[in-house]
Ligand binder design. Structure first.
Ligand code: DAT
Length: 200
């Protein structure tokens, strides 16, 4: 059965603003809509949160100080969630890995970028807590790897390789605070258009 609402991957190096943007997008979908706006119930799927809650960890990478996720378990779980509600769609999948999800599940891949290295450095070393309650405070190899990944656009390359259909991958800058709202507005407008283009 075709989906009623689009499924979106919101990806990018940790710290680019995926969680903040996803939350803003869900807020937009809940706000009382104008008569011309379609109701699209968007659901935020934070993969970090799911992996932690469900303990989908395979091992711990000492060097990168990070848990390694069991991707098979994760995919089975996400598939169950996505197919729930007869697969009506409307999921915003938020993770720094984008190329493990089957193409048929996904309508749009948004890669957030923070191409200002100083700003990005400050975010990664900040002692603010992440959504899963950890202090980011990256240092050493973990910090360097993530800074390099963002400079070289590693996630954007993976997205473009994973989704050869160019129109399905969009890169958006997330450096300044106003861009959080701008990006959410753009994705929301895209969702509206998608639903109009895919009548039941
Ligand atoms: P991610 O989910 O990609 O790891 P996040 O949403 O947790 O990133 O954001 C990391 C931190 O950076 C958080 O304190 C919010 C802040 N932030 C994200 N995008 C921003 C932007 N465009 N302008 C200013 N701050 C931003």
């Amino acid at each position: 059965m075709p989906r009623k609402y689009p499924n979106i991957i919101l990806t990018g190096t940790p710290g680019v603003g995926k969680t903040t943007t996803a939350q803003q997008l869900v807020e937009l979908s809940k706000a009382s809509s104008t008569p011309s706006e379609l109701q699209i119930p968007l659901k935020h799927l934070s993969i970090n949160k799911i992996a932690k809650e469900q303990n989908f960890y395979d091992s711990y990478d000492e060097e990168l100080e990070t848990n390694v996720v069991d991707e098979d378990k994760l995919l089975d779980h996400v598939e169950e969630l996505i197919l729930d509600g007869e697969g009506e769609g409307g999921y915003v999948i938020d993770w720094h890995v984008c190329d493990i999800f089957p193409e048929r599940w996904i309508d749009l891949v948004v890669v957030l970028r923070c191409e200002d290295t100083q700003v990005f450095y400050e975010r990664l070393t900040s002692d603010k807590k992440t959504e899963t309650g950890e202090t980011r405070g990256y240092e050493g190899k973990k910090l360097q790897e993530n800074i390099d990944a963002e400079i070289f656009g590693v996630v954007a390359d993976e997205a473009k390789e994973g989704w050869p259909n160019e129109g399905q991958v969009v890169e958006l800058q997330s450096v300044q605070a106003e861009q959080i709202e701008d990006n959410a507005d753009r994705i929301w407008a895209w969702c509206q258009q998608w639903v109009q283009d895919h009548p039941d």
